[in-house]
Design a protein around this ligand. Structure first.
Ligand SMILES: NC(=O)c1ccc[n+]([C@@H]2O[C@H](COP(=O)([O-])OP(=O)(O)OC[C@H]3O[C@@H](n4cnc5c(N)ncnc54)[C@H](OP(=O)(O)O)[C@@H]3O)[C@@H](O)[C@H]2O)c1
Length: 262
C-alpha cells in the first residue's frame, strides 16, 4: 500500500466519507480498498453481498437501477456516514447481443437505468448536501467502448455516452459550489463482470459467424496486458482527491493505449 499524506501527516482521505456503488467485486471493490487504505470511511452497495466486500467498509444491499434503491442508499449513507464527500458511481454493465435489432426493449431500459439514470437519481439526492457544504467530488465510471459504438453493445455504449455528457454538464452546474465532477472510461479490465461479458461476446460473435465490428475480443492493448482493477481505482482516487482540485468536467480514458484518439 502506498500512503499519500496531505501535508499535515494525515492520510489523504482522512475525514472523508465515501460512497461507492458496486463495491462487492471488480473495479468497485478496488476503489473501496484504495479509499480505505487512504483513510476514508466507506459505504458500498450491491444487489447482494455474495462477492468480496472489502473488510472495513460498511455495506448495504440496494439495487441502484431504481429510484427506491437510490433513496434507500442515500438514507443509509446519511445514517452510516452522516453525509457524503466522495461519490463514485461504479455499478454498471450490460449483456452483448447479436447486433442492434436483437437487443430486447427491456435491456435498453435496463442499460439506461444501470449505466446512466442510477447516477442521475443518486446525484439528485446527494448533491444538495455537497452544494450546501460547498465541497465534494463525484466520479462516474463510464467505458472506453463509448469510442466504438456498435451493434452488440449499442444499449450499453449509448447509456455510457449519456452518462459522460451528463457528467460534463453536472460539472459546470456544480463548479460554482466547489463540487467537482469527473469520469473515467476504462478499456479492457480483468474483473468478473468484464470476463463474463467478453466470454458472452465471443459466443455471440461465433453464432453470428463474423468477427464483431467493435474490435477483436482477443486483442491485447498496446501496453501488453489487460487493465487490473487497481489501474482504474488509482485514477478514481486521484480524481476524487485534492490533488485534482482544479480538474472538473473531464473524462479520462484508461485503456493501455487501445484508443489513442480517445
Ligand atoms: N471490466 C471492464 O472491462 C470494464 C470496461 C469498461 C467499463 N467498465 C465499467 O466499470 C464498472 C465496473 O465494472 P466491473 O467490470 O468491475 O463489473 P463487475 O465485476 O460485474 O462488478 C459490478 C459490481 O456492481 C454491482 N452491481 C451490478 N448491478 C447492480 C445494481 N443494479 N445495483 C447495485 N449494484 C450493482 C455488482 O454486484 P451485484 O451483481 O451483486 O449487484 C458488483 O459489485 C461498470 O460501470 C462497467 O460498465 C468495466
Amino acid at each position: 500500500m502506498t500512503t499519500i499524506e496531505n501535508g499535515t501527516g494525515q492520510q489523504e482521505f482522512t475525514g472523508k466519507r465515501a460512497l461507492v456503488t458496486g463495491g462487492s467485486r471488480g473495479i468497485g471493490a478496488a476503489v473501496v480498498r484504495r479509499l480505505l487504505d487512504a483513510g476514508a470511511e466507506v459505504l458500498t452497495t450491491a444487489r447482494s453481498a455474495t462477492g468480496t466486500v472489502p473488510e472495513g467498509a460498511s455495506f448495504v444491499e440496494a439495487d441502484v437501477r431504481t429510484r427506491a434503491g437510490a433513496e434507500a442508499l442515500a438514507a443509509a449513507a446519511q445514517e452510516t456516514l452522516g453525509g457524503v464527500d466522495v461519490l463514485v458511481h461504479n455499478a454498471g454493465g450490460a449483456r452483448p447481443h447479436e447486433g442492434f435489432p436483437a437487443i430486447p426493449d427491456e435491456e435498453w431500459q435496463d442499460a439506461l437505468d444501470l449505466n446512466y439514470l442510477a447516477s442521475v437519481r443518486l446525484d439528485s439526492l446527494l448533491v444538495p448536501g455537497m452544494r450546501e457544504r460547498r465541497s465534494g467530488a463525484i466520479v462516474h465510471v463510464s467505458s472506453a467502448a463509448v469510442l466504438t459504438p456498435a451493434g452488440a453493445f449499442l444499449h450499453y455504449t449509448a447509456a455510457k455516452a449519456a452518462l459522460e455528457n451528463y457528467s460534463r454538464g453536472l460539472a459546470l452546474d456544480l463548479a460554482p459550489f466547489g463540487v467537482r465532477v469527473n469520469a473515467v472510461a476504462p478499456g479492457r479490465v480483468a474483473t468478473p463482470g468484464g470476463e463474463a461479458t467478453r466470454e458472452r461476446w465471443a459466443e455471440v460473435s461465433a453464432r453470428m459467424g463474423a468477427a464483431p465490428a467493435e474490435s477483436n475480443p482477443d486483442d491485447v492493448p498496446p501496453l501488453g496486458r489487460d487493465g487490473q482493477p487497481d489501474d482504474i481505482a488509482n485514477a478514481v482516487l486521484f480524481l476524487a482527491s485534492d490533488r485534482a482540485s482544479w480538474l472538473t468536467g473531464r473524462h479520462l480514458v484508461l485503456d493501455g493505449g487501445e484508443f489513442p484518439m480517445g
